[in-house]
Design a protein around this ligand. Structure first.
Ligand code: UD1
Length: 421
C-alpha cells in the first residue's frame, strides 16, 4: 500500500491556488442525472471520489467525458439502470446522492448501503424520511435500499430535518425538483455547497429559493434542460493551507478562494495570533509573526466551525502556547486522529466529544495512519513540523479529497514523498 513520507519542512512560503470543491462537485455531478440534455461542469478537481462518481454515473447510463482538463460533460439522455453498483457505492458515502436524482427523474432508486470515511455511524435516515415525506415507499433490504414514488409521482411536502444534514438536504432538493406542488425543507443545511447545487439546478430550470438559509422552497417543474456551471473553490482545502501556514510558522498567499466561506477558521486563527489579510478572492496567511496561543473550538453546522477542519486545526493547536479545548458536535467518533497525533508526541486527552490539547508539544516523526480524509491532512501538517520523517499510511483517504496534494505543498517548500510499499 502506498504511503507518504513527510519531511520536516521549515516554514512553508509561497502561493497556492485552491481547486474546485470536492463536496460541491459530487452533488453537482449527481444532479446531472436529472435533465436529458448535456451538462457541463467546470473547475472539476482531479480526485479519487470524482473518478468514482464518474463511474457510478456511467453505470447508470450517463455519458461522461472530460472535454478538457477540469471540464466534464455529463449527458444522461437515458437512465439505463436505477440501481447503483454495489462495489462503486461501497467505496464512497457521497454516492448516496444519486438516489435523490434517480428518484426524481425515474420515480425509483435502489442503492446499496453506502461506504466512505469511517467517522461515526453516519446513517441515512434523514434522506429516507425526506423521500418518504414526498410520497416514496422505502424498503430496506439486507443489501440495498429502495425508494419508489407512488402512482402520482412525488408530491411536494413540508419536510423538517431533525439535523441540518448536508447530504439529506441535497438529496431531497434533487428528488423534489420534479415533485408536483411545493416542497419546503426546514432546518435545512446552509453550507455553501447547498447554494452551489441550488444555483446549478436553477440554471437547469428548477425553481429553488432560500438555499443558504434554513428554509429551502422548491416549486416542482416538469422538465429540466442542460446547464453549465463552475464549481466553487474548496473551503476545506483553503482551511488546510491556512493551517499549513500557521503550523509551520510560514506565510502563504491563498488564491482562488472565497474567504467568506471560511469565516470561523479566519476568526479562530486570528484568535491564536495568525495574521490574515483578506481580499475578495484571496488571502495572505501569516503564521510567521507569532506568538501562537491556545483557542477553544466547537464544530457546528455551517456557518459554525466546520467539522472537516477540526483535525487539521487540532494538529496546529498541539504546537501553540497553552491548553486548548476542541468539542466535536457534528460527528461522533471523529477523534481517531488523536491517537495518531499522540504517537507523534502530542498530548491530547479525550473525554466524550471533548479533546483537551496541551500545547507546546515537540512533535517527532513517527509511523501514523490516515484514519479518514481530513485526519490524513492533519497528520501531514504535523509531519511538516515534526523532527525527522513521518510515515503516513492509508493515504488513499487523502487522495479521495485533495487535488495535487504533493505538488501544491512542494511549491510551498513542503516535502512529501509517495512510496509504494
Ligand atoms: C458532508 C460532507 C462532509 C462533512 C459533513 C458535515 C460531502 C460529500 N461530505 O457529509 O465532508 O463532514 O457534510 O459538514 O459533502 N446524519 C444522520 N442521518 C442522516 C444523515 C446524517 O443522523 O440521514 C448525521 C450524521 O451521522 C452526522 C451529521 O448528521 O452526525 C452530519 O452529517 P451530514 O451533514 O449528512 O454529512 P454528509 O452529508 O454525510
Amino acid at each position: 500500500m502506498a504511503k507518504y513520507i513527510v519531511e520536516k519542512s521549515g516554514p512553508l512560503r509561497g502561493e497556492v491556488s485552491i481547486s474546485g470543491s470536492k463536496n460541491s462537485v459530487l452533488p453537482l455531478m449527481a444532479a446531472a442525472l436529472l435533465p436529458e440534455d448535456e451538462c457541463i461542469i467546470r473547475s472539476v478537481p482531479e480526485l479519487r471520489d470524482v473518478a468514482l462518481m464518474k463511474e457510478i454515473l456511467a453505470s447508470l447510463g450517463s455519458e461522461v467525458t472530460e472535454i478538457e482538463e477540469g471540464t466534464l460533460s455529463i449527458h444522461t439522455e437515458n437512465i439505463t439502470s436505477t440501481q447503483a453498483d454495489f462495489n462503486l457505492v461501497n467505496k464512497m458515502r457521497a454516492s448516496i446522492l444519486v438516489m435523490g436524482a434517480l428518484l426524481g427523474r425515474k420515480g425509483i432508486a435502489r442503492i446499496p448501503r453506502p461506504g466512505g470515511c469511517a467517522i461515526g455511524k453516519r446513517p441515512i435516515d434523514l434522506h429516507l424520511k425526506g423521500f418518504q415525506a414526498l410520497g416514496a415507499i422505502i424498503s430496506e433490504k439486507e443489501e440495498y435500499i429502495e425508494a419508489v414514488a407512488g402512482p402520482q409521482g412525488l408530491i411536494g411536502e413540508n419536510i423538517y430535518l431533525d439535523f441540518p444534514s448536508v447530504g439529506a438536504t441535497e438529496n431531497i432538493m434533487m428528488a423534489a425538483v420534479f415533485a408536483s406542488g411545493t416542497t419546503y425543507i426546514e432546518n435545512a443545511a446552509e453550507e455553501p455547497e447547498i447554494v452551489d447545487l441550488a444555483n446549478f439546478l436553477n440554471k437547469m430550470g428548477a425553481k429553488i429559493r432560500g438555499a443558504g438559509t434554513d428554509t429551502i422552497k422548491i416549486e416542482g417543474v416538469t422538465k429540466l434542460h442542460g446547464a453549465r456551471h463552475t464549481v466553487i473553490p474548496d473551503r476545506i482545502e483553503t482551511a488546510t493551507f491556512m493551517l499549513a501556514a500557521a503550523i509551520t510558522r510560514g506565510a502563504i498567499a491563498i488564491n482562488n478562494c472565497i474567504p467568506d466561506h471560511v469565516k470561523p477558521v479566519i476568526a479562530k486563527l486570528r484568535e491564536c495570533g495568525v495574521r490574515i489579510e483578506v481580499h475578495e478572492d484571496s488571502m495572505i496567511v501569516r503564521g510567521d509573526l507569532g506568538p501562537h496561543n491556545a483557542a477553544n473550538i466547537k464544530t457546528l453546522p455551517y456557518p459554525g466551525f466546520p467539522t472537516d477542519v477540526q483535525s487539521p486545526f487540532m494538529a496546529y493547536l498541539t504546537t501553540v502556547e497553552g491548553q486548548s479545548e476542541v468539542i466535536e458536535t457534528v460527528f461522533e467518533n471523529r477523534f481517531m486522529h488523536v491517537t495518531q497525533l499522540d504517537k507523534m508526541g502530542a498530548m491530547i486527552d479525550i473525554s466524550g466529544n471533548k479533546a483537551i490539547i496541551r500545547g507546546n508539544s515537540h512533535l517527532r516523526g513517527s509511523q501514523v495512519m490516515a484514519t479518514d480524509l481530513r485526519a490524513g491532512a492533519a497528520l501531514v501538517l504535523a509531519g511538516f513540523v515534526a523532527d525527522g520523517e513521518t510515515e503516513v499510511s492509508e493515504i488513499y483517504h487523502i487522495e479521495r479529497g485533495y487535488e495535487h496534494f504533493i505538488e501544491k505543498f512542494a511549491k510551498l517548500g513542503g516535502t512529501i514523498r509517495k512510496v509504494d510499499n
